[in-house]
Design a protein around this ligand. Structure first.
Ligand SMILES: CC(=O)[C@@H](O)[C@H](O)COP(=O)(O)O
Ligand SMILES: NCC(=O)COP(=O)(O)O
Length: 237
């Protein structure tokens, strides 16, 4: 069975838009776990536009499933992860100010840097995963960094699938076979949704975990709207 880790960045985005504590990020994290999710993912960005560094600290006492922190391993991020000691850290090569993650690591070019930071996390008992494109060369490079897992960057699969092109899965199947051969655990994420997740899962051998945020929160709005509108109408009778 593939684990579902829910990315709660978008809950923080909504909260921050009003300056108060609605929705309550910690309550949402508790509820998501109560509803059966296997983990909570956050991706604090340097500008703290959604998840704040303090959220990462506060979540430590609330997340009793798998806690996954994603981000670019700059000094502040490394210190935060070492302080929070999550189950897993996922290293993502984000440019400062990027709208969202938009590429995997070049694991050949950045091999020695990744090896160094991965060793530091592993010495502290934190499992590592690195965000990579579905490219066998990058998977081989990931193996050489010593990481336990990779996270396949699924944007191009999701995009192609949305256009009706099922062949967009092919590089992911090849990358997964390579990762399995090399003994790397496979996670995946970015733009996965209720529409595309089953097809992805059914085609990727040994998919350990997916982290899903943007679509899952949007779908929760769509699927909850009718109920909430009707609850208001009842009160206004
Ligand atoms: C690593 C990744 O794929 C991203 O989806 C990320 O975790 C989401 O970040 P934003 O919520 O900032 O777009
Ligand atoms: N690692 C991917 C993630 O956490 C969620 O990505 P998205 O569903 O918000 O695109």
């Amino acid at each position: 069975m593939t684990k579902l880790s829910v990315n709660i960045n978008k809950i923080a985005t909504l909260r921050n838009s009003r300056g108060g504590n609605v929705p309550d990020l910690l309550k949402v994290a508790k509820d998501i776990q109560q509803f059966g999710a296997d983990g909570i993912t956050i991706h604090p960005r340097p500008d703290e536009r959604h998840i704040r560094y303090q959220d990462a600290r506060d979540l430590k006492s609330v997340v009793y499933t798998e806690y996954n922190i994603e981000g670019n391993p700059q000094h502040n991020f490394i210190d935060l992860v070492l302080e929070c000691k999550p189950t897993q850290v996922t290293l993502v090569p984000d440019a400062i100010g990027a709208l969202t993650s938009n590429a995997g690591w070049d694991t050949v070019k950045h091999q020695s840097y990744l090896l160094e930071v991965i060793q530091e996390f592993q010495r502290n008992g934190i499992r590592t995963s690195i965000f990579v494109d579905a490219d066998e060369k990058m998977i081989e490079g990931a193996k050489a960094t010593g990481t336990e897992r990779i996270e396949l960057y699924t944007e191009s699969f999701a995009h192609e699938y949305g256009l009706g092109n099922k062949s967009g899965i092919e590089p992911y199947v090849k990358a997964a076979i390579k990762a399995n051969e090399l003994g790397l655990g496979i996670n995946a994420g970015h733009d996965l949704s209720l529409d595309n997740i089953k097809f992805f899962k059914d085609n990727i051998p040994e998919l350990l975990e997916v982290s899903i945020g943007h679509a899952l929160i949007a779908e929760s709005l769509y699927l909850g709207l009718e109920n909430v509108v009707n609850m208001y109408l009842q009160k206004l009778k």
